[in-house]
Design a protein around this ligand. Structure first.
Ligand SMILES: [Zn+2]
Length: 429
């Protein structure tokens, strides 16, 4: 590919897509509509200044006058789809927790490890000690991995700081990374990840930490516009439903929409709370009951499933089929984090969604693109390939889109473009 020159408009014509998955159509996708990929055979995309100018069959797009002068990219029969939108990650952390991985394999539960000061508190200790520079370097490397697997936008949560300075350190780094590298980062404040160690030993410690969150951290984060969303880990060993409500309401009052970690290890009623509060997303859902599923089916709160976490911990998966049947807006995300889901690979998540959650390849792709974009309130800009949207595109080295989840543990991503510019290209092709 050539380079853009001077102030000329950067037009790019992509042709040679054996299947072009546009994902055009209704948003969000529920029920049967979740399988609608809007496939164009032998498709083409015309990009102008990072935005999609036209999408359609090769013959139609090539006949546009603008197409003749555009740079050309023939993808040689590969599959083209919208870049993945990873709507749940814990991007910034200081180190892996490989030592706990081994303990878990030997039989220790996630909660046992957490009680011994491992788990999230282990990551908090390491993050507080880490320099912003070291954290940024690690996040940069991770972002390159995300791009290499076809992801073009990701949500990132704070939550390994749990004091004012450290939470602000994370959120400011996310803002810098969003400006300094091509992938788009959407920030969520997760000060309510767990109660930090220094509050656990104090009398009324949880209450005091919740007060710190609602009276200091949330207003400060909002005043600096450091996060669009406010999240809570509502579970045994983390925050109760009552505390979660207080925290999310405070976030809402400060202009941050709720997201929630719900019914992962135990059922707490967090899903019902998410629906009541009009949360953008309700994530995990392994332990939901029938009433929760019904409530999600009738709401606009996205049901974000994180099968990487259950795979890594060896726990049961969320009832995706029941959620889809009830009409819930199902999305998929990596939950990239050092304790429970150390992966940047959305294709691996699609593989797990297909084999473990029994979602079809088409459903999994829609869940990882347009529905995830909806959960981040960005369905007007990303998540499908339609005129007027950002040219966020993934190209996979397969003949048929079903091969994207079918191959697992190998990376079939061939090229990733963010706003029309390549951010990843497979070597030696
Ligand atoms: Zn999470």
């Amino acid at each position: 590919m050539g380079h853009n020159t001077g102030g000329l408009p950067s037009n790019l014509l992509i042709t040679g897509a054996s299947q072009l998955l546009t994902l055009r159509g209704r948003v969000p996708r529920r029920g049967k509509a979740l399988s609608e990929l809007g496939i164009v055979k032998n498709g083409a995309v015309l990009i102008r200044d990072g935005m999609i100018a036209a999408v359609g069959s090769r013959a139609d797009i090539e006949s546009l006058p603008e197409a003749r002068t555009a740079e050309k990219l023939d993808v040689g029969g590969r599959v083209v789809l919208p870049g993945f939108v990873d709507s749940h990650t814990h991007l910034i952390h200081a180190a892996s927790r490989a030592e706990e991985y081994e303990l878990k394999i030997a039989g220790a539960s996630y909660e046992e490890i957490a009680r011994k000061g491992g788990g999230i508190l282990n990551s908090v200790k390491k993050l507080r000690a880490a320099t912003a520079n070291a954290l940024k370097k690690r996040a940069h490397r991770a972002l390159q991995e995300f791009a290499a697997h076809g992801t073009t936008t990701l949500e990132a949560k704070s939550g390994y700081g749990l004091d004012l300075a450290s939470e602000l350190k994370i959120l400011r780094l996310q803002r810098e990374l969003n400006q300094e590298q091509p992938l788009e980062i959407v920030s969520t404040f997760l000060g309510a990840h767990v109660v930090p160690a220094e509050y656990r030993t104090k009398p009324g410690g949880t209450e005091r930490y919740v007060a710190l969150l609602t009276e200091t951290l949330i207003p400060d984060v909002a005043a600096d516009k450091l996060a669009e969303f406010c999240d809570v880990f509502c579970d045994r060993g983390a925050f109760s439903r009552k505390d979660s409500k207080r925290i999310l309401e405070a976030g809402k009052k400060s202009g941050m929409l709720p997201r929630i970690h719900a019914e992962q290890l135990t059922r707490t009623g967090a899903t019902q709370l998410a629906v009541q509060l009009g949360a953008a997303s309700c994530d995990h859902l392994e332990q939901v009951n029938k009433a929760d599923i019904r409530a999600l089916g009738k709401s606009n709160t996205v049901a974000t499933l994180l099968p990487g976490c259950d795979f890594h911990l060896g726990l049961k998966y969320a009832p995706a089929r029941e959620l889809i049947a009830a009409g819930a807006i199902v999305a998929l995300a990596t939950d990239y984090n050092p304790g429970t889901s150390p992966t940047m690979s959305m294709p691996m998540i699609l593989s797990l969604a297909c084999t473990q959650l029994r979602m079809s390849p088409a459903e999994a792709i829609a869940a990882a693109t347009i529905n995830a974009a909806y959960s981040l309130l960005r369905d007007n800009q990303i998540g499908s390939l339609e005129a007027g949207k950002q040219a966020d595109i993934a190209v996979f080295e397969v003949d048929d889109y079903r091969e994207i989840p079918y191959y697992f543990g190998v990376n079939k991503c061939w090229m990733t473009l963010k706003r029309g510019r390549p951010v990843f290209q497979k070597a030696h092709t």
